[in-house]
Design a protein around this ligand. Structure first.
Ligand code: ADP
Ligand code: ZN
Ligand code: ZN
Length: 744
C-alpha cells in the first residue's frame, strides 16, 4: 500500500497524566486521509486501560526500540483539533510547568476528552409552509392540539426548534401529522445556528457615549487588528461595559469574534442579558450550569466561527476561535481568574499571550486594577485609559473610618454605625452591612480559662454556626457538635468570640424589628436560584438591611443602597501575605462602589481598630489609585512581585520530618545548581506554610524569586524534573505555582 507523504513512523502522544512527558506509539495500520498532524486524537491502550491521547508530534525515532512500541488502537479525528487552542495549551503547559497531557485534557470539553467527535449537534426547526400560512386552524376540525400547534408556529416568524415545541406540551406525533398534511416543514440546523444573513448586528441602539467613553473607544479603535494591550481603568459605574459593547460591535463588523472573560461571581443573568439585548448575533456563554453536550456545542460553534461572542469565566480562555478579534477581561484584578489547584493558570495572563499570538487587542477592565497590571501600564507596556466620571445615575460614595476601639459592639456593630443605619431606615432606604466571615462567630471560647475551639486537623479555629448549632472548620470542613462544657476546665461558661454574618443578622433583627434583614453568604444561598431571587427583592427598592460577605461586594450594583457599613477592615492590614493589602483595598473599594446614586451619593463607614493606619487613611482620603501607587513603591523596594517574579513550590505530607528533609536536600541542590549555572534566582526556604497543618497534613513552601523570567523558569523546570525523578518525592504531594496569587 502506498503511504501518504506525511506518513509518520512514530507518533508522540500526550495523555492525561500529571507526568511531564509524552509517550511514543506506532500508527499501526491507521492513516488519516490527510496524514498525521499534531492535535489529532487517537485511542490507545495506556497501562492497563484504554485511553484517549492527543498526537503532539510525529517523528522518525524514539528512545525506545521500535519493538517495544505499541500501536495505537484507532484514530478519532480526521482533522486536528484547532491550532490556536493547541498553541495556547503548549504555552500554558510550558509556562506553568505542568504536564502537557494534563493541560490539553483540562482545556477540552468533557465529551471531547472522552473521545466524542468534534461536530455540531443538529436539531430541527419547524415553520409554516405556504400552504400552512393559507390554512386556518378551523380547517383542522377536531384535531385541536394540531390546530393549537399551527397557531403557535404562525406567531414565530423564524420558526421554533423541536425542543422548544415539546417544552410547550406538544408531541412529535402532532408535528408529524401537520407535516404530513403539508402545513409545516422542518429544517435541520446546527445546535448553535449561524446569524441570519443580512441581519443586523445590533438588536438595540448603542448609548450615546460621554466624552471620556468616546475618547476611550476612539483609542481602542486604533488598536483593532493589532496586539494592543489596554488597561481600561474606570471607577464602578463609569461605563466600562458600554465601551466593551461598542468595541465588540466594531469587532463584529470586521467579521471577527469577541471573547469576554468575567469573574465567577460576575457571570450573572444581569450581565448576560445586557449582551443579549444589545446584539442579535449568536452569543455563547460558558458557565457552571451547562451540561457537557451544551459545552461541546458552544466550543464547536466558537471554533467554527458561528458563535460571534463568547462569554465565560476563567476556563473560557481555552475556547478556540475561527476569527478572534478581541479579548476582554472584565474585573481583571479578580482572583477567580487564577486556578488554585492542578493546572494553576491565570486566565488574564493567558489572555495576554493569546492576544499577542493572534495580533488582536486585549482590554483589561477594572475600577481597582491589580498591581501587576497597573505596573505594566505605568511602565508603558499597556495603554492606560481612564474613566473618571460615573456614566449613569450613580455617584461615588465617600469613605469614612469609624474608630471602634473600646466601643461596645452589637453583632460587630458600634453605636455610631447603628445610629447611621437607623437614620437611613427612617428615610426608607437600604443599607448594606459587609462582613467577611460567614457563620455566627469566628470561634467559641471559654470565659473561665480562655480555651478556644480549634480544629483537630488544622492550625485554625472552628467557626461557630447556629443553624444548626455546630462548630465547623472553614478550611477542611470538619464538623462537630457544640461541647456542653469547656473541654479544658469543665466550665459551662462558653461564649461566642467575635461576629460572623449570622450574629450580625441576629443583632440587626433585634435592633430593627420592623425591617427585613436579608443575609447573603455561601450558607444562605446554597440553593441555585436563591441568590437571584434575593437580588430581585433588593432591586424592588423597599427598605431593607443586607448582611453579606464578598458575594455582595462584586458585580452587582444596588442603586437603592445609600449606606454601606464595613464591619471590620483590619483583616488585610497586618497579614503575612504580601498581597493581602492589595486585595483588601480592592475589596473595600468594590464594596463602596455598590452604593449610591446621583440624588443620594451615599456613605461608606469602615469600622477599624487601627484608625491611624497609613494605608487605611490613604485609601479613605485619597482613594485606591494613590494607595496602589504607594503599594507598588513598597513592592519595588522590597523587590516583591511584580518587580520580581515568583514561583512557589508547595509540599504536603502527613509526615513533617520526611517533608522537611526532602525539601531541605532539594533546596540545597537547587542552590548549588543555580550557582554552577550562574542563574540569578533567589531560593527561600523551605518554610512552613502560613497554615502549616491543614486536614491533618503538613504544608511547607520553597520560594523562588528572580527579576528575570528565563532563569526563574529554568530553576522551576529543574525543580520539577528533580522531584519527578526522586523516589522519596513520591511519598509526598508537591506542586509548582508560577506567579502565585496567594501564599497559603
Ligand atoms: P461599569 O462597567 O464601568 O461599572 P456600566 O457600563 O455598567 O459601568 O455603566 C453603569 C451604568 O451607566 C449602567 O446603567 C449603564 O447603562 C449606564 N451608562 C453607561 N454609559 C452610559 C452613557 N454613555 N449614557 C448613559 N448611561 C450610560
Ligand atoms: Zn475553660
Ligand atoms: Zn480543619
Amino acid at each position: 500500500m502506498q503511504q501518504p507523504a506525511t506518513a509518520a513512523r512514530i507518533l508522540e502522544i500526550a495523555v492525561p497524566t500529571p507526568l511531564r512527558r509524552t509517550f511514543d506509539y506506532l500508527p499501526g495500520p491507521h492513516a488519516p486521509a490527510n496524514g498525521w498532524h499534531a492535535g489529532m486524537r487517537v485511542k490507545i491502550s495506556f497501562g492497563h486501560r484504554d485511553a484517549v491521547g492527543i498526537v503532539v508530534a510525529t517523528k522518525s525515532e524514539s528512545v525506545l526500540p521500535a519493538g517495544k512500541l505499541k500501536a495505537i488502537k484507532d484514530v478519532i479525528d480526521q482533522a486536528p483539533l484547532p491550532a490556536d487552542w493547541l498553541a495556547l495549551c503548549r504555552f500554558t503547559a510550558r509556562y506553568y510547568q505542568h504536564s502537557l497531557g494534563d493541560t490539553l485534557f483540562q482545556a477540552l470539553p468533557v465529551l471531547l476528552r472522552q473521545g466524542r467527535a468534534l461536530e455540531a449537534r443538529t436539531r430541527e426547526r419547524w415553520s409554516l409552509t405556504a400552504k400552512g400560512h393559507a390554512t386556518t386552524a378551523d380547517a383542522l376540525g377536531r384535531a385541536y392540539k394540531q390546530a393549537e400547534l399551527l397557531e403557535m408556529l404562525r406567531l414565530h416568524r423564524h420558526g421554533m426548534v423541536s425542543s422548544a415545541i415539546t417544552a410547550q406540551g406538544f408531541t412529535r406525533a402532532q408535528l408529524d401529522a401537520l407535516s404530513a398534511k403539508g402545513l409545516i416543514e422542518g429544517a435541520v440546523e446546527q445546535a448553535i445556528a449561524p446569524a441570519r444573513e443580512h441581519s443586523d448586528i445590533l438588536a438595540e441602539p448603542s448609548l450615546t457615549l460621554n466624552r471620556e467613553q468616546t475618547d476611550a473607544l476612539a483609542t481602542l479603535h486604533t488598536g483593532l487588528g493589532t496586539f494592543f494591550p489596554t488597561l481600561l481603568h474606570g471607577v464602578t459605574g463609569s461605563g466600562k461595559t458600554e465601551v466593551y459593547l461598542q468595541l465588540i460591535d466594531a469587532v463584529l463588523r470586521r467579521q471577527q469574534q469577541a471573547l469576554v472573560l468575567i469573574p465567577e461571581i460576575g457571570l450573572t443573568p444581569q450581565t448576560l442579558t445586557r449582551f443579549e439585548r444589545r446584539f442579535s448575533v449568536p452569543i455563547v456563554t460558558l458557565h457552571s450550569g451547562m451540561n457537557d453536550a451544551e459545552r461541546l456545542d458552544a466550543w464547536e460553534a466558537a471554533r467554527a466561527g458561528r458563535a460571534r461572542i463568547i462569554i465565560g469565566t476563567r476556563s473560557a480562555i481555552f475556547t478556540p476561535m475561527a476569527a478572534p478579534g478581541v479579548i476582554i477581561v472584565d474585573e481583571e484584578h479578580d482572583d477567580s481568574f487564577k486556578q488554585q489547584d492542578g493546572l494553576r493558570y491565570h486566565a488574564r495572563d493567558l489572555a495576554l499571550f493569546r492576544a499577542q499570538t493572534h495580533d488582536i487587542p486585549v482590554v483589561l477592565g477594572s475600577a481597582t486594577p491589580s498591581l501587576t497590571t497597573l505596573n505594566h501600564a505605568r511602565q508603558g507596556r499597556y495603554h492606560h485609559i481612564h474613566l473618571r466620571q460615573r456614566a449613569g445615575e450613580s455617584a461615588q460614595a465617600a469613605l469614612e473610618l469609624l474608630d471602634v476601639r473600646a466601643r461596645p459592639l452589637e453583632g460587630g456593630l458600634c453605636p455610631q454605625a447603628l445610629e447611621a443605619i437607623s437614620a437611613q431606615l427612617e428615610q426608607k432606604r437600604q443599607v448594606l452591612i459587609f462582613i467577611n466571615r460567614r457563620g455566627y462567630a469566628p470561634t467559641l471560647s471559654c470565659h473561665q480559662c480562655g480555651w478556644l475551639a480549634e480544629c483537630p486537623r488544622c492550625d485554625a479555629r472552628l467557626t461557630l454556626h447556629r443553624h444548626p448549632p455546630q462548630l465547623i472548620c472553614h478550611h477542611c470542613d470538619y464538623h462537630t457538635r457544640l461541647p456542653d462544657a469547656c473541654p479544658s476546665c469543665a466550665s459551662a461558661d462558653l461564649r461566642p468570640l467575635g461576629s460572623g454574618t449570622e450574629r450580625t443578622e441576629d443583632a440587626l433583627v433585634s435592633a430593627f424589628p420592623e425591617t427585613p434583614v436579608i443575609r447573603v453568604d455561601r450558607d444562605s444561598t446554597r440553593r441555585k436560584d436563591a441568590l437571584s431571587q434575593t437580588f430581585e427583592k433588593i432591586h424592588k427598592g423597599e427598605p431593607c438591611l443586607l448582611v453579606g460577605t464578598q458575594m455582595l461586594a462584586k458585580g452587582h450594583h444596588f442603586p437603592h443602597i445609600t449606606l454601606v457599613v464595613v464591619v471590620n477592615a483590619d483583616g488585610g492590614l497586618y497579614s503575612a501575605d504580601f498581597r493581602a493589602l492589595e486585595t483588601s483595598a480592592q475589596l473595600l473599594t468594590q464594596v463602596a462602589g455598590r452604593a449610591g446614586r446621583a440624588e443620594h451619593p451615599g456613605r461608606v463607614l469602615i469600622q477599624t481598630h487601627h484608625p491611624d493606619d497609613q494605608n487605611l487613611l490613604c485609601l479613605v482620603q485619597e482613594g485606591y489609585d494613590t494607595l496602589a501607587d504607594n503599594l507598588l513603591e513598597e513592592r519595588r523596594q522590597a523587590q516583591l512581585p511584580p518587580f520580581r517574579h515568583m514561583v512557589l513550590l508547595r509540599g504536603e505530607s502527613a509526615h513533617l520530618d520526611l517533608l522537611t528533609t526532602v525539601l531541605e536536600t532539594v533546596s540545597q541542590e537547587l542552590r548549588a545548581w543555580l550557582g554552577e549555572h550562574a542563574r540569578p534566582v533567589d531560593c527561600l526556604g523551605p518554610v512552613p506554610a502560613p497554615m502549616e497543618r491543614r486536614q491533618g497534613r503538613y504544608h511547607m513552601h520553597l520560594m523562588l524569586m528572580s527579576a528575570h523570567r528565563a532563569p526563574l523558569h529554568d530553576a522551576a523546570a529543574w525543580l520539577a524534573n528533580t522531584l519527578e525523578h526522586r523516589p522519596e518525592a513520591r511519598r509526598f504531594k508537591w506542586s509548582l505555582d508560577v506567579d502565585p496569587v496567594g501564599l497559603d
